[in-house]
Design a binder for this molecule. Structure first.
Ligand code: FDA
Ligand code: GRG
Length: 454
């Protein structure tokens, strides 16, 4: 059977924030780019999300801030509550509550204005592989049936489904590295209109409690533009058999007085990868970005910023590789060096912290927070850089104040050391694909030690 054929330089699969930003970054290159999504055009960018994103990502990537109808709120900081909610840390940092659909479609439109082609209601079915290279994909749509796109590079931006790369053999294709279900959170959220306005609407709230949200947290994010509309959700660690996050949210959270008489505006859930980045974002003729690359902050689950960072890094590398003639792993490799130095090293370090936190009891967490074993400033540095810095003076003070649970202090020191070792390893990411195997062995060795330690 002969199928209809299209020829492109780049095929982007998925027009979520990762795919749309990749298309936007590529639109200035003069390359012939096609982006497809199974969703109809009006639904592009619509996925369950808390909608929070740090402002620094826009500054670092030179992207427009969400404004006007793309903006649902300003963020000035986050309050992190202890399990009993008697203690809270305030971590200051600017950000936005973004209208995910409008902002994603804004980037996509800018890409289309720059010459990129888009097809909605079009599903990428499988990659086409020839002589060790991905050379395109088969697509399917109701109107056209099955057809073929030949392209020099395929960027899988299909989110956690990893629609294309999961059909590649992970032994030969590092971009296809599978993830353990325990390295995901399953999250559910509702957008609700409350009966009265929220106090301090520019402060996001995160609540950590093993009973309410085992292996995750529940959140209360106000949309400050409206004052009385909030995004409330809950995530639990996957693969462990914990209850459904929606059940926990209704049982422990929506039963609170603040939600009396509230109106549900939106509801839905999805999985969030909460681990280190994929071993390599690129291989011969193929790349992964966003959730498909596990590019997410493992501690708070924020994936919008790293989706855009990974897309910028991959897009730049694609332009360079195609300029050099062929999109080989070697020619695309700068995507890894860019992403690992800008975000992946911090992400991997935070993965160690995440593993530690998921094993910490509520009692230890309550104690650690009430005795300030980790301080608000420490939390800020962890969040920004992935470094758990226990300064010398602080350490001495904490030793004095923390004697009731010395093992917790020792554990904190051990986790800080592992975090710095992992970060160093990622900052020395191999210069060429030939070094990847040894790097992966070292990463896996270190993470095996981390898991056995906590
Ligand atoms: P995304 O899933 O958005 O896009 C993938 C696209 O690919 C979709 O449009 C899909 O239709 C399309 N697709 C899939 N398969 C296809 C195929 N075969 N062919 C064609 N198209 C295909 N992050 C954050 O920064 N702040 C936050 O507050 C939150 N909160 C939050 C809450 C909840 C409940 C969840 C589940 C997640 C979050 N996140 C988050 C994470 C964040 O939503 C996520 O990391 C990014 O949206 C990932 O964007 P992507 O574009 O990679 O995937
Ligand atoms: C329960 C794991 C789990 C997932 C739910 C709700 C959610 C997913 C994610 C919310 C992420 C979040 C708290 C974003 C806040 C925005 C903000 C101001 C973050 C500050 O952190 P940054 O910008 O983080 O330092 P990154 O890693 O993006 O640089």
């Amino acid at each position: 059977m002969v199928f209809e054929v299209g020829n492109y330089d780049v095929l982007v699969v998925g027009a979520g924030l990762a795919g749309s930003s990749a298309a936007y970054f590529l639109s200035k290159s003069g390359l012939k780019v096609l982006i497809v999504d199974v969703k109809p055009p009006s639904k592009v960018g619509d996925k369950p999300c808390g909608d929070a994103i740090g402002k620094h990502h826009f500054d670092e990537l030179g992207l427009d801030y969400p404004t006007n109808d793309m903006l649902e709120g300003f963020v000035k900081g986050i309050d992190v509550y202890s399990p009993t909610e008697s203690m809270k840390y305030r971590v200051l940092g600017e950000g936005f509550e973004v209208d995910r659909v409008k902002y994603t479609q804004y980037l996509l439109k800018k890409a289309l204005d720059g010459g990129v082609e888009f097809l909605g209601e079009t599903q990428a079915v499988e990659p086409i592989v020839k002589d060790g290279f991905v050379v395109g994909a088969t697509l399917w749509s109701r109107g056209r049936g099955k057809w073929v796109v030949n392209s020099k590079v395929v960027i899988d931006a299909s989110g956690v489904s990893r629609s294309l790369v999961r059909k590649l053999d992970s032994l030969s294709w590092p971009v296809a590295e599978p993830a353990d279900p325990k390295d995901f959170n399953i999250a559910y959220r509702e957008v609700r209109k409350l009966s009265k306005a929220v106090e301090e609407p520019e402060i996001l709230r995160i609540y950590v409690s093993k009973t309410v949200a085992p292996g995750g947290y529940w959140w209360f994010f106000p949309y400050s533009i409206y004052g009385d509309v909030v995004n409330v959700g809950l995530g639990v660690q996957g693969g462990v058999g914990y209850p459904h996050p929606k059940d926990l949210l209704y049982k422990y959270v929506f039963s609170r007085d603040v939600f009396k008489g509230s109106q549900v505006l939106e509801a839905g859930g999805a999985a969030v990868p909460t681990r280190r980045p994929v071993a390599s974002l690129v291989w011969n003729g193929v790349a992964v970005v966003g959730d498909a690359a596990y590019a997410v902050n493992p501690v708070h689950g924020g994936g919008k910023g790293p989706a855009m960072v990974s897309s910028m890094c991959v897009s730049k590398a694609v332009v360079k590789a195609l300029d050099e003639g062929v999109a080989s792993a070697e020619n695309l490799w700068s995507a890894n060096l860019c992403f690992m130095s800008r975000y992946g090293a911090k992400q991997a370090s935070l993965d160690v912290f995440r593993i530690f936190l998921q094993k910490l009891s509520d009692e230890d967490l309550e104690y650690g927070m009430s005795r300030k074993l980790i301080k608000e400033e420490d939390l800020n540095t962890v969040s920004l850089k992935g470094d758990l810095e226990l300064s010398v003076v602080d350490k001495a003070l904490r030793l004095l104040s923390g004697l009731r649970r010395p093992s917790l202090l020792i554990k904190l020191k051990v986790v800080a050391d592992y975090m710095s070792e992992v970060k160093k390893l990622y900052l020395n990411y191999p210069e060429k694909p030939s070094g990847l195997k040894e790097f992966v062995n070292r990463v896996e060795g270190l993470f095996a030690k981390v898991r056995s330690e906590f």
